[in-house]
Design a protein around this ligand. Structure first.
Ligand code: ADP
Ligand code: MG
Length: 634
């Protein structure tokens, strides 16, 4: 064990999550003192069975010493629980052990102590494995990096790198910092951050992210953000917070576990009153287990959060997972969520007497500062046409409507037809817009310059994901700020249940609020600034990985990529978690009820009762453990 953990410590690449190095986890997984304790108690049980040393006639000194010494952690925990006025398993076990000692059942007491201590070790192992599975995911950053120093290079610990340092990354290495490429060309696998499996080309000026893998060429990167400040570090923070926050179902689980203990003690009292049989009474207490609920529930949630992270979705807390399994309706934003969100200018339609160049140039000035996918399409098109980049002197974005900007003395408006109408401009028409194409109106100084048609493609994964959500019995609704013709075409392509077009951000929020007032649980999936209020309003807000920072901050679940099927996966995982937890609840209660009945009627001796308790408990804990992600091959 010790050798193995040492090995793990030297091999494990540890980065931003230094304090959670694999070595520390390995050590805390099993405490050798616990193992020694179990073995000693088991040996004493054998000694008592063979009556090895019995100086006193009525009292087995070995049995007494072994039960008190070996069971000390149980008694200690029980005492703490009494002080805190909580009813726990340790308390009922203590009652049973004391009763066994009082009636002279020393062998029984020792065997029960062995069982309980052994079960506790196994439970720690399983939960520890869950924690480690999450940390595995986090221990991805390299520990040492090469930095340029003068004319030479120097290998230093990652903690010593400073913002502005030039970091060299060889092919095959993980990039240790967020930064900008200064020299070199390469492809980078960014799946750890964006979930996108296709490697991205990087040249001088490209942004690279910590935790991604440099593939083909050597890169020199100027460090901009380090450790916890990197995008990767933020993911780590989110997962760690998620691990600490409690889901409501966990409180329910604790309460039920408490009830079970009361139930056991009450049944034992009745049994003793009726039968006057101490062995049956002890058996009643011992057979009742509650850990399948009390420990099985948090383990299931921990496992699911770890598995979701591995699949490319950061769930910001257990309660969001629980909220997700209750969802009845999924509302989806259009642009950037169900469409690729990398639209391109399909055609330009200048008004009478206006040149193509003036139309595009004016639009580009207004869009230069916007992060909206439509804006990117226009700016890109202008850049490609060789139009010089001009910054607007003033800029105002009206989410869901468009942009008002100023260039010198001219006021430029770019946005939807409705937005232009609000400013008393009636935009001319250039025929019917083709399927999947958004029309943007451009106005300069009160003069209608024309329209720009921008095409975006519906994501193929979106169609499949929506099919899966509907098959799972969820209602799907498309919410968009775009015109209804576009919205309807997309809705038809995706086969969603319902579509609402020309929605302003506050209307999206109002729509979600309306559903919630009607008692429904809503998941809202979006990417833009215009979606953020609705993400907050929804029961569960889900942001796309490529989304704006605002959207990702507002969301409860962040997809690392843009693949909507990841969302369908997480939905499925949440429901599976619910089923596991429900199974454990029902199973624990059933086993306890049957066990108590049998014990009360004298069919179980304390040893068989202890065996049933431990075996059923481990079954339920292992049932939860099935949710843990598979260990990452090192
Ligand atoms: P969605 O809800 O589909 O994500 P938005 O709410 O972001 O769409 O935008 C709705 C409409 O508002 C767009 O179809 C467009 O007409 C207009 N609009 C929004 N932002 C911009 C922008 N930056 N430039 C031009 N038009 C915009
Ligand atoms: Mg959007």
């Amino acid at each position: 064990m010790d050798v193995a953990s040492l090995d793990a410590r030297t091999d494990a690449p540890v980065g931003a999550a230094d304090e959670h190095s694999a070595g520390v986890d390995d050590r805390s997984l099993v405490d050798w003192r616990d193992v020694v304790r179990v073995v000693l108690v088991a040996l004493l049980a054998i000694a008592v069975w063979f009556r090895v040393w019995e100086p006193l006639a009525d009292v087995s000194l070995l049995g007494l010493a072994g039960t008190i010494g070996g069971g000390w952690p149980i008694f200690h925990e029980a005492w703490t629980n009494i002080v805190e006025r909580r009813m726990t398993m340790e308390l009922s076990m203590t009652i049973a052990l004391v009763a066994a000692l009082v009636v002279g059942e020393f062998f029984t007491a020792l065997v029960i102590t062995t069982f309980v201590l052994g079960a506790e070790i196994l439970e720690h192992l399983t939960v520890g494995r869950g924690r480690r599975a999450i940390r595995d995911l986090l221990d991805l950053l390299p520990r040492t990096v090469t930095v340029r120093q003068g004319n030479g290079t120097l290998r230093v610990a990652v903690g010593l790198v400073k913002v502005g340092d030039a970091v060299l990354v060889s092919p095959g290495e993980r990039i240790p910092v967020d930064g900008v490429v200064q020299a070199g060309e390469s492809y980078v696998d960014q799946s750890a951050i964006t979930g996108e499996s296709v490697p991205a080309a990087k040249t001088a000026g490209s942004t690279v992210y910590a935790g991604t893998i440099n593939q083909s060429g050597a890169l020199e990167i100027v460090a901009q953000r380090l450790g916890r400040d990197t995008s990767f570090g933020k993911i780590i923070d989110a997962v760690e917070r998620a691990e600490k926050s409690q889901a409501p179902v966990q409180r329910v689980a604790d309460r039920y576990a408490g009830y079970l203990v009361y139930f056991a003690v009450a049944c034992a009292a009745v049994t003793f009153a009726v039968t006057r049989d101490v062995r049956s009474t002890i058996s009643v207490i011992i057979v009742t287990g509650a850990c399948g609920i009390a420990a099985g529930t948090p383990l299931a949630i921990l496992g699911a959060i770890g598995r979701a992270a591995r699949a490319g979705a950061i769930v910001k807390g257990g309660r969001h997972l629980e909220a997700l399994w209750q969802v009845d309706i999924v509302a989806l934003d259009k642009t950037g969520t169900v469409t690729v969100g990398a639209p391109t200018v399909a055609s330009l339609h200048p008004a009478e007497g206006i040149s193509l160049r003036v139309l595009l140039e004016s639009a580009a000035i207004a869009e230069r500062r916007s992060e909206h996918p439509l804006a990117r399409a226009i700016v890109q098109s202008a850049d490609r046409t060789g139009i010089p980049s001009v910054e607007p002197t003033a800029f105002a974005y009206e989410p869901g409507r468009g942009i008002l900007a100023r260039s010198g003395l001219d006021e430029i408006l770019v946005g939807s037809r409705a937005f232009a109408r609000e400013h008393d401009i009636e935009a001319g028409s250039f025929g019917s817009v083709p399927r999947g194409t958004t029309e943007v109106v451009v106005v300069r100084d009160g003069l209608f310059l024309g329209t720009i048609w921008i095409a975006d493609i519906v994501r193929s994964d979106a169609r499949e994901a929506i099919g899966r959500l509907r098959a799972a019995g969820l209602r799907t609704v498309l919410l968009t700020g775009d015109a209804s013709t576009v919205a309807e075409a997309v809705a038809e392509d995706l086969a969603v249940d319902d579509v609402h077009a020309e929605m302003l951000p506050e209307q999206k929020t109002e729509f979600v609020r309306g559903l919630r007032r009607a008692g429904q649980s809503v998941a809202m999936v979006g990417d833009g600034i215009n979606d953020a209020p609705a993400l907050v309003e929804a029961t569960v807000g889900v942001a796309m990985g490529s989304g704006t920072d605002v959207a990702r901050e507002s969301a409860d679940i962040v997809l690392l990529g843009n693949d909507l099927s990841t969302f369908a996966d997480v939905m499925q995982l949440a429901r599976r978690t619910r089923n596991v937890i429900r199974f454990n609840f029902a199973g624990t209660i059933a086993v306890d009820a049957v066990g108590v009945a049998l014990a009360a009627m004298g069919f179980l001796n304390p040893l068989v009762a202890a065996f049933i308790h431990v075996a059923s408990e481990l079954t339920f804990i292992l049932n939860s453990a099935r949710l843990l992600p598979a260990a990452r091959p090192r």
